[in-house]
Each structure stands twice: as C-alpha cells, then as structure tokens.
Design a binder for this molecule. Structure first.
Ligand SMILES: Nc1ncnc2c1ncn2[C@@H]1O[C@H](COP(=O)(O)OP(=O)(O)OP(=O)(O)O)[C@@H](O)[C@H]1O
Ligand SMILES: [Mg+2]
Length: 228
C-alpha cells in the first residue's frame, strides 16, 4: 500500500449483533478498499447493501469483527477508545444520513460546534462557520434552529459543520439526497474547493448517477462485497 493511504479497509466482515438467537447474516462479507489523500471515493449500491455500515466503520464508530481498518497507517484494533475519539474529532468529518444536528443550537452554533474543542477561538470559529454557511447558501438562516429548516437546509448545515473542521477526510452519507440539482452542485463544489485547498479526502455514498463524475474511485456494494 502506498503511504498516501488515509484509510485502508482490509477484508472486512461486519455483522450487527441481534438479540434473536439466530445470528443475523453478515452485512459486509470481505470488503477491501483504499482511500488516498485528496481522493474522492464514491460508494454505490442498493438500499440495505451496507453503505452506511461501511461509512461507520471507516469513521471509527464501529470495529470490524473480521479483517482490519488502517487509519493513517494504524490498525484500529490497537487503538484505544480515546485515540479513536481524537481521530473522530480532529481527522474525520461526518455528514450523516440523519444529519444529527443539535436541536437546541442555532445553525451558526451547530456549525461552530467542533471548532472550540479543536482549539479555535470563538471569533475565528464564527468567521469560519459563517463563510462555509454562505458557500452552502444558508447565509440568511444563521440564527434559525434546525426545526425551522427544510430537510435540504438541515442537510446543508450538516455539510457546513463537517467542512468547517477541515478534517483529513469527510465521510458523507448521501450528502445530496434532499437537494435539487443546482444546490447539489453547490455542495460538490464546496467539497472540491476543500480538497484542492486542504487535500481533504471524501467518501460519499449516493444513489445519484450525476455525482459519479466527481469521484476518482467508484465502488459498488452488492451481496456484502464490493465490486469496482
Ligand atoms: N443497527 C442495526 N442493527 C441491525 N441491523 C442493521 C442495523 N443498521 C443496519 N442494519 C442492517 O444492515 C444492512 C445494511 O444497512 P445499511 O444502513 O448499511 O444500508 P445502506 O446501503 O446504507 O442503505 P440505504 O441506501 O437505504 O441507506 C441492512 O440490511 C440493515 O437492515
Ligand atoms: Mg444508508
């Protein structure tokens, strides 16, 4: 493997634990892929094929039962919970399918949420968040709360929150699912700008054929395996 690999997924198998006596079938059954620095990787596959599951594993939210994930050269097996947490804060940005905005915080405060813990001062954090929120077209909604936003606007807050961190890699689960074509293109160009300026990698799942053209690598999940 080249030492430009940020994330290496190696022969990963993953099965959700269930309370039922019979074991659930494995969702991932021997998946391997690599994410290089500055690369955009696209995950496709039908609903239920394991895209979100794979993103959760790459985001160090779960560990594989079989196989390994190497994150910046280190095996996740050897990483403590606090080391995983530090990677999630500093190196990873998440845009979840369900957004996970904080309901009691404004759009602006949701977007600055991780910047304080990352060591950024309040003024700089506010400037950075405002700049990114403008880029995703939310400049008129800074003081609104998530419940006052449309689905596509919430999705863009989740995008802004991840982008504002300037992490090494952003994992985006169907980041344009609720957006019209013009807004989806705006999001993709925010991603590309971050990649060009900061060398950020992206892994995004999508059902949208139009996003494929932006990716350097496309993987399709099928029957627990990945086909390029
Ligand atoms: N927490 C969970 N516990 C048990 N099974 C789960 C859990 N989350 C997902 N699954 C199962 O794992 C499989 C893969 O789910 P996953 O969410 O990864 O699919 P997906 O490709 O992201 O689908 P979609 O395109 O609908 O978002 C599905 O069969 C799903 O029912
Ligand atoms: Mg999903």
């Amino acid at each position: 493997m080249s030492n430009n690999s940020l994330i290496e997924v190696q022969d990963v198998e993953y099965r959700y634990e269930t309370r039922e006596s019979e074991a659930a079938p494995a969702v991932l059954r021997g998946v391997s892929l690599t994410v290089q620095a500055g690369e955009m990787v696209c995950l496709m596959g039908p609903s239920g094929s394991g895209k979100t599951t794979l993103l959760n594993l790459m985001g160090l939210l779960e560990k594989p039962q079989v196989g390994d994930i190497r994150f910046i050269g280190q095996s996740v097996k050897g990483l403590s919970e606090s080391a995983l947490e530090t990677h999630r804060l500093r190196d990873l940005g998440f845009i979840f399918q369900a957004f996970f905005l904080i309901p009691t915080l404004s759009v602006l405060d949701n977007t600055t949420y991780f910047l304080g813990p990352l060591g950024m001062g309040a003024r700089e954090a506010k400037e950075r968040a405002t700049e990114v929120l403008e880029k995703v077209g939310l400049q008129d909604h800074l003081s609104k709360y998530p419940r006052e936003l449309s689905g596509g606007q919430r999705q863009r807050v989740a995008v802004a929150r991840a982008v504002a961190k300037k992490p090494k890699v952003i994992l985006a689960d169907e980041p344009t699912a609720n957006l019209d074509r013009a807004t989806a293109e705006k999001i993709v160009s925010v991603f590309q700008e971050l990649r060009d300026n900061e060398g950020t990698s992206f892994v995004f799942s999508t059902h949208d054929q139009d996003l494929l053209g932006y990716a350097q690598s496309v993987y399709r999940l099928q029957d627990g395996k990945v086909v390029r």
